[in-house]
Design a protein around this ligand. Structure first.
Ligand code: PLP
Length: 367
């Protein structure tokens, strides 16, 4: 699978791997547990609309996004399954929410009140988010009864779901997860008819007691484990690769430096290849002088600083490199693979930041 000739760099998305991951997740859940595929931030860099389409075809029950705009993008693409918006939506957007049949998260009275005033007769479903300890957003547990009572007095608005989000499931902090779950259940047991949900990827994989009526995995759908600590309880296949091509090859002499600041100096005569992929495309600048790419299935170190649109790699030890040869920045080539976790490790961050940083308008190939 190559790129369009005009595209020197591209993202490859392996939809078979995505379907595999959704199926493995599904098999791992108790029958009857609903599955929400989290596709926020352009589906973690994978492309929101194509990923959502395939996830829907693979049988997920819900989609999860952060913003109204993300939800509208999916509706505009003709996706009709329930979509929950996790983030804040201004009350001024109430009519848009109703028209697009997107499910907002409610944490206070303002939005439900505005929704109730929108012209029409259909019931408007909302989910109430309970803050059980992350202290980011949500209604505090002690304020839940009042909010529920307030909404029950509205004509059109109906609470359909109640949820919370864990602070340290990725750290396998069993105690904190357990305490948050207990706090949540303390409130939720009063509303047994609601769709109750709490589990992100890590909780889905490691804490089955958190599954409740629905799980909300994000990162694992893309074939990436939430953190090094999380047990690999289900086999996942990575979905995304980043690829480019050698656009220039040249020899530099011992003592010469490469790229801005000449931070790397050749100790011997060296063959360097120019790759048109830089930090503006999503290759972290922190990979300067420490990252690697694959050329002919072999590791080639990044030399000097990563630039905005390009980087320079050392191909002295890779035989017969030619201009036009494929370069893999993330993914498999031959028998070797550079994982998103490896890149995150070089860049001293987490895998999700690497995926979210991939330029959204890079050419994409879906296989
Ligand atoms: C991002 C997010 C998720 C998914 O998190 P992962 O750790 O990637 O599985 C689930 N729920 C909410 C509310 C989120 O914001």
């Amino acid at each position: 699978m190559g790129s369009n000739k005009a595209e020197l760099s591209w993202v490859e998305i392996n939809m078979k791997a995505l379907v595999h991951n959704v199926e493995k997740l599904r098999q791992y859940l108790r029958p009857g547990t609903q599955l929400m595929a989290v596709v926020k931030k352009n589906a973690y860099g994978h492309g929101a609309v194509p990923v959502a389409r395939v996830a829907v075809a693979a049988g997920v029950d819900w989609l999860g996004v952060y913003s109204l705009e993300e939800g509208l993008q999916l509706r505009d693409a003709g996706i009709s399954i329930p979509i929950l918006i996790f983030g804040y939506v201004p009350s001024s957007q109430a009519a848009t929410l109703v028209k697009s049949e997107l499910t907002p998260t409610v944490v206070e009275t303002k939005l439900p009140l505005a929704l109730d005033k929108v012209q029409g007769d259909t019931t408007i479903a909302v989910h109430v988010k309970v803050d059980t300890g992350l202290n980011r957003s949500g209604v505090r547990t002690e304020d839940v009864p009042h909010l529920m009572y307030f909404i029950s007095g509205l004509r059109r608005v109906k609470v359909e779901g109640l949820y919370t989000h864990f602070a340290s499931a990725d750290e396998l902090d069993r105690e904190t997860v357990g305490a948050q779950l207990q706090r949540f259940l303390g409130v939720a047991t009063k509303f047994p008819e609601l769709l109750l949900h709490a589990a992100n990827s890590a909780a889905t994989l490691v804490f089955p007691e958190t599954h409740l009526n629905m799980v909300r995995p994000g990162i694992v759908m893309y074939g990436v484990y939430p953190s090094p600590a999380v047990e690999r309880t289900i086999p996942l296949q990575p979905v995304l690769s980043l690829k480019s091509r050698v656009v220039r090859l040249h020899r530099i002499r011992a003592g010469e430096g490469v790229s801005y600041g000449l931070t790397w100096k050749a100790k011997k005569d060296t063959s360097v290849a120019l790759v048109p992929f830089g930090y503006g495309d999503g290759l972290p600048r922190l990979l300067s002088n420490c990252g690697q790419v694959l050329v002919h299935g072999q590791r080639a170190p990044i030399r000097g600083r990563v630039c905005m649109d390009q980087c320079i790699v050392d191909v002295t030890d890779v035989p017969e490199v030619k201009v036009g040869d494929e370069v893999v920045l993330l993914g498999r080539q031959g028998s070797d693979e550079i994982s998103v976790d490896e890149i995150a490790n070089w860049a001293d961050t987490i895998n999700r930041e690497i995926l979210a940083g991939i330029r959204t308008d890079l050419h994409r190939i879906y296989t």
